[in-house]
Structure formats: structure tokens, C-alpha cells
Design a protein. Structure first.
Length: 252
């Protein structure tokens, strides 16, 4: 029995083409003006569809903003990951800072729209596939920012010898013939790394939100990087003694 996907019919192709035109038109107009100044009529006109047709693809202007910025924020993540991948794997601060820079660059393009998009993901007023896609992208961001901290924790635990035989029960065993994954950091140390990643992600999001508030003091890139450095120093000051993480002072 053939498993080849069936070609899309003309109607389905037309729907996909209209959806792409709407997304492109919304992204272009939201790039050019604040959310309040962009009308659904203008988006429909730019997409060459009737306004009634537009609302078959998105139920509101807010949903159109989410649709437009989903693509921008995921592309920014991919750029940040590419920049971070070129750095030393042990340069935790540099890797996190590269991701932060990619996200803040998107926020700097139109701070008002970026903050509205961010707020919609945190406190949604809409539902649907576009919001779900935005939440998936935000989760990718959070995991990407946590990863350098988690890898640092695993390296510290491995260097201490405490994690040499540790197995992460949440991960499937390596397939036959493949090397096992790097040892997981010992329990509490791994938790600290996860919390460090969460703190970094929260600081970056707050920095995006602050850009939309006129007169509100911004968190400079240097200060933001300084926060990442503090988090890394906190992890580096943790020793693993008999599989129980302690601070260096406590272990003396």
C-alpha cells in the first residue's frame, strides 16, 4: 500500500496561499506601526482578501498579531541558537547572552507590539492554534536558555565523580551501538541549574516588557549579562560531596 502523501487539491492550496498572504501582510503592517494604528481592513487589503475572509483565518486583530510574531520569534530563536552553537560549550554566560540578544533584537524592532505579544502568551485573551503555536515557541525559548546552565551542572557533577554512574530516569536508554548520553547532574544540582535557567528567562522577558514602557528604566545588556554571570558563579560555587550538593563553605 502506498504511503506517498496525496497532493493537495486546488481548494486546499488556495487556503494555504491566502493564509500565507495574511500572515505576511500582518507582519509587514505590524512592523511599520503600533498595534493600535493597524486595522484589520488594512491587513485584508494588503493580503488581497476580503475582510470577511480575513476573519475566517483569525478571529481578531490580536490573533493576527500573534500569528505575525510567532514566525519572527521562532526565527530569532534559531538565529540565537546558531550564534550560541559557535561558542565554547563551556561558555555558559556567552551562550545565554547570545540567546538574550536575539530575543531583545526582536523586541527592539517594535517594543509595544513585542510586549503585547508577550502579554498575550502569559495572560491570553484568545485561544486557537496561533496561541498554541506561540506557547510552543515560548517553551522552546525557555528550554534553550536553560540548556547551558544544565550542561554546566552536568559538567560540574561529572568532574566531581559523583555523577559518573548517574542515569536520568526520564530519558530512554541509548540505542544499541550508540554511546550513552552525558551523565545527568546530581539531583539538587540539576534543580539549581533548572532554576537558574528559569531566572535568566524571567529576566530576559522583563527586559522585553520594560522596552515598551516610556520612561521606565531599562535593564542594560551589561546588567542582564551580569545577572547571567551571578547565576553561573552560584552554580560554580556548588560542590558535590557524597552525591549531596553543598556550597564550598559548607563542605570545608
Amino acid at each position: 500500500m502506498s504511503t506517498q502523501p496525496q497532493p493537495l487539491g486546488r481548494r486546499e492550496r488556495g487556503k494555504l496561499e491566502r493564509a500565507a498572504r495574511i500572515a505576511d501582510a500582518a507582519a509587514t503592517l505590524f512592523d511599520e506601526a503600533p498595534f493600535a494604528d493597524v486595522t484589520t481592513e488594512a491587513i485584508a487589503r494588503a493580503a488581497d482578501v476580503a475582510e470577511g475572509t480575513l476573519f475566517r483565518y483569525a478571529c481578531s486583530k490580536t490573533e493576527l498579531l500573534v500569528l505575525a510574531l510567532n514566525t519572527r520569534f521562532e526565527a530569532a530563536l534559531d538565529r540565537g541558537l546558531s550564534t550560541a552553537a559557535a561558542l565554547d560549550p563551556l561558555d555558559t554566560v556567552g551562550r545565554v547572552d547570545a540567546l538574550a540578544g536575539a530575543l531583545l533584537a526582536i523586541g527592539d524592532e517594535r517594543p509595544d507590539n513585542a510586549a503585547l505579544y508577550q502579554r498575550e502568551l502569559l495572560f491570553p485573551t484568545i485561544g486557537g492554534d496561533y496561541l498554541s503555536e506561540g506557547e510552543r515557541i515560548a517553551r522552546r525559548w525557555e528550554l534553550a536558555i536553560a540548556e547551558p546552565f544544565e550542561e554546566l551542572a552536568a559538567s560540574l557533577a561529572s568532574a566531581s565523580g559523583a555523577a559518573a554512574t548517574e542515569v536520568d530516569p526520564t530519558q530512554p536508554p541509548a540505542p544499541a551501538g550508540e554511546a550513552p548520553a552525558a551523565p545527568a547532574a546530581v539531583g539538587h544540582l540539576a534543580t539549581e541549574a533548572r532554576l537558574a535557567g528559569s531566572a535568566a528567562w524571567d529576566a530576559i522577558q522583563l527586559s522585553v516588557a520594560r522596552r515598551a514602557r516610556a520612561g521606565f528604566p531599562l535593564l542594560s545588556r551589561a546588567d542582564l549579562r551580569g545577572q547571567f554571570e551571578l547565576l553561573v558563579r552560584a552554580l560554580n560555587r556548588t560542590e558535590v560531596v557524597n552525591n549531596t550538593p553543598t556550597t564550598q563553605q559548607e563542605s570545608r
